[in-house]
Design a protein around this ligand. Sequence first.
Ligand code: NAD
Ligand code: IPM
Ligand code: MN
Length: 367
Amino acid sequence: MSNPSLLILPGDGIGPEVMAEVRKIIDWFGAKRGIAFDVSEDLVGGCAYDKHGTPLHDDTMAKAQEVDAVLLGAVGGPKYDVLDFSVKPERGLLRLRKEMDLYANLRPAQCFDALADFSSLKKDVVAGLDIMIVRELTSGIYFGEPRGIIEEGNERVGINTQRYTESEIDRVARSAFELAMKRGKKLCSMEKANVMESGILWREVVTEVGKEYPEVELSHMYADAGAMQLCRAPKQFDVIVTDNLFGDLLSDAAAMLTGSLGMLPSASLGKPMANGRPKALYEPVHGSAPDIAGQGKANPCACILSFAMALRYSFDLGAEADRLEAAVEKVLADGVRTADLLNEEGRTPASTTEMGDAVVAALDASL
Ligand code: NAD
Ligand code: IPM
Ligand code: MN
């Protein structure tokens, strides 16, 4: 039987820097655990535009559809701000998500003990935090029509449309309930049913799906109140399910509960393929971080932890995912810190490479 296939798309900015550390981890699993992958690499984002004049070449899109999982670094950067909207780096990522139909975006926010002191929130608010945000990823205001910038009278109007069908809400709700069943059996759905019809429908459909999961305690919250509760008492949540835009905002906020955006991984999952595995793309929640790109300062943990999610959700290697997550936790407990995880003056931060090497050493120590 052939090895499982991985397509790696490092992208722009710190993307290639953090992905280089993931390559070390992939190599480690091949050499030390006999878990080999057929790895191919390609371009996405600004670098793809530079080479092909498009942020995602059709050949790359086709490859992404064929592999068992895609690993992505990050896209974007100021160099590309001047480009036409249709070829901006971010369009490449959105095309991957849409065409692969990756409707369920899992964004876990876990506060490792070693970082509980580091969060900008009080230690007792975040210590032991372990929540999962399920963000709908292929619809809503990101993709709704009509959209565009039009002339109206003597001025321009920018238009985007929030639009959700019942089936789109139903399928992401099911993913969230299934996750809740495997976790703390609590699900909070967030929308703005007080002001948006799409929110009213969202609440109705989630409630309906909930009848099939009587063991899961379902609650509903307006997303603005949810943002407040995430900062006030985040440990009240287990799984949160929300739409594309609210999920984007709430997951960046949740990142700061864990200490740094450089810690948050994600899995974007679609329908099962012929082999039973879900279509899947794994990427850190953070972006290309142009302010630190090329300086060896980026924290590779979010990308490394995204690979751990790939081991768990695409390859049924939950025990190996646990091993990798434990290795990251050990490295943090040992005090290895990239600059984003340090606030004491005078301490020299670990570089991206040193952090990756430390995770590999911790993996060795786990054998
Ligand atoms: P960003 O996530 O790139 O950076 C926000 C802040 O967090 C910056 O100060 C950055 O230095 C810091 N940061 C992010 N990741 C880090 C890491 N791994 N280690 C240490 N510090 C880290 O968000 P932004 O600045 O708003 O966006 C920059 C570009 O990235 C934009 O073009 C945006 O569209 C793009 N973006 C891409 C993705 C993606 O590819 N999935 C996600 C978000 C933003
Ligand atoms: C994310 C990013 C993306 C989004 C951008 C880069 C398209 O912010 O993955 O969170 O808005 O979904
Ligand atoms: Mn985002």
